[in-house]
Structures are given as structure tokens and as C-alpha cells.
Design a binder for this molecule. Sequence first.
Ligand code: DGL
Length: 274
Amino acid sequence: MSAPIGVFDSGYGGLTVLKALEKALPEYDFLYLGDNARTPYGTRSFDVVYEYTLQAVKYLFSHNCPLVIIACNTASAKALRSIQQLNLPNIAPEKRVLGVIRPSVEKVAEITKNGHVGILGTVGTVISESYPIELKKWSGGRVKSTVQESCPMWVPIVENNDIETEGAEFFIKRNIGNILQKDKNLDTLILGCTHYPLLSKIIRKFVPDKIRILEQGEIVAEKLVDYLQRHPEIEDKLSKTGNVSFQTTESEKIFESKASLFLGREVKAQHIRF
Ligand code: DGL
């Protein structure tokens, strides 16, 4: 039996990844799950993020998804490795769970010219040090310096749809100013949270043109296309009718109105409980 690709995020941010996945793989089916009732994850402890993410992955597995994309940096940073190494062999050895950090790291290594990289992320992602560790491990020595800045207000701004406000500008300007101070030679800035592309217009206002800003949607999509070509045993199990469905731990009405705004089209959602 074939089934959709599961896409999970703490809230609406993963929609930026889903949008790119739909574009790159239009014939595939996707099941998007937003844990909107418990968002944000960025300020929560390692144990809590791990517990919530594992619940979500198990839920998507119970809906037969052969492959789950954790479209959330915080969950990728704090839970992915444990799920892959400790849980997957016991609960579903034939299934796969992938995250968003490794593809982003590989892309940065391909494009940075001077090796000075900045990472904007949630408190959880920054504290985990996942990006500096993975960049050191997977960039083949191309990344020479990494600086990070946590932006705790950015996810709530997106979740509450306060994007086009003076308040949003205030916090974005402050965080960008901080990271530019930390390294004056930055050539690449990673938006290390899937919510942040929704703020990209304002972010660009405060980042000099010579600095490349990396959004993860297209990167994750490009790497997934490649992954599916290399893994026919997973690809064969994916359903392909071009259907995308949405589930949320919040009320479906709230999800539908905001998700439509972020995706630019009407969506129907279903409320679920783990
Ligand atoms: N989209 C999640 C991320 O990429 C948001 C984090 C949150 O829920 O705080 O990190």
C-alpha cells in the first residue's frame, strides 16, 4: 500500500517547506501536520521537543507515511538524531525520518565564498549548536567561521500573523544588527527556522545586498528529489495522486485561515489529537 510523505512542523513554518516540496514533486501526496496547539517549540527543553516530535512522527507513521520530513529546525536539532538512532529501529525500521539541517549545511558549503556563515534560529536551535557542529563536519573545511543569533520573537510574530507591523520590524532590525556585529565579513546567512521565510521581505531590508540569504524550502526540496532517486525502496512506497492534506492539533478553523494566508490558497484542515 502506498501513502503520502509526512511533513511535520510545530506550527505554520513548515508550510514554507511544503510549498517548495509541492513545486518540486507535484505528483506526490503530502500529509502536513502542524502541532499548532503546542507551538512554539523553540523555547522548550530538549526532552519536551523530543517527546512532542516523537509523538508526531509516530502519528504520521500510524497514517502509513513511509517517509517523514521534520520541517522544523528546532525539532531537527533536538530530536531527529535520537529518533533515527533510538526509536526508528524499534518502531519502524523500514521507514525514514529526515530533517532540514543537513540539507542546509550541504548547500551552504556549496555556495559560501569566504566561509563566513551566520545562522538565525530559535533559542533551542542556537543552544543545541547543531549548525556549527554540522557545518564543521559536513562542509569539507569550506566554512571557516560561524556566528549565531537567536530570534525568540520571530516565530510568535509569524504564528500571530503580525508580519507587516512596526513591532515585527523592531525585533528583526535588532536581531539582524546583532548578528552583523558578531562577524563583519559574513557572506551567507541561513534562515535556520522554517518560519523565517515568511519574514524574508523585512529581513532583506536590514541585510546588505552582498550577503546571500538562504531559505530552506527549495534546498530541502532539491535534496529530497535527489534522495528519492537514490532510494527507490522508499520512493516505491509513496502515493502519487498530487493530493495534499492538512492536520493540526489546534482548531481546524484557525489553521485554515492562517495556512491559506501563508500558502496563498484555500486549504481544508482536520483537527487531530495524538
Ligand atoms: N519552524 C520551527 C523551526 O524551524 C519553529 C520553531 C518553534 O516552534 O519555535 O525551528
